[in-house]
Design a protein around this ligand. Sequence first.
Ligand code: THU
Length: 159
Amino acid sequence: MKNIDIVTNIVVCDYKELNEEQKKLVDAAKESCLRAYAPYSQFNVGAAALLDNGVTVTGSNQENAAYPSGICAERTTLFYAGAQYPDNAVTKLAIAAYKGNAYTKTPTAPCGACRQVILETEHRYNTPIEIILYGEEKTYIITSIESLLPLCFGKTDLE
Ligand code: THU
């Protein structure tokens, strides 16, 4: 018997420390929060994906009176990217959330279902996705979803 440790590396920084490309993507995610349809949770999430052709695709959470029929910002964004630009890899994904009258102080991390979809997107294009989780007081940068989804189930398990 032995133990294995799985290490998750997260860069913790301030918005001001991001490079221009990262700042633009975070700004797009923040703006996208304002287009969320979240009358039930009042928790407005925005995401912005940068594609390898330079296009930025944004999305937000879209809720439904039948709660499970709604969808998160990350999946709205990645499914739109896949539907509109099937040949382009997603290289970066920024996520922000707005609650009450302000963006959240701490970063909002993707839910389990969204992590699985981000993983599929990485595997689909064989390209790691840099994930930027924005918070007013601190921002996290993660180099691949595999850090947030250890022991993941992916397409190679079906081969
Ligand atoms: N939500 C997202 O859009 N992304 C996340 O990463 C977490 C949760 C949404 C789903 C729902 O509309 C609301 O936030 C509250 O859970």
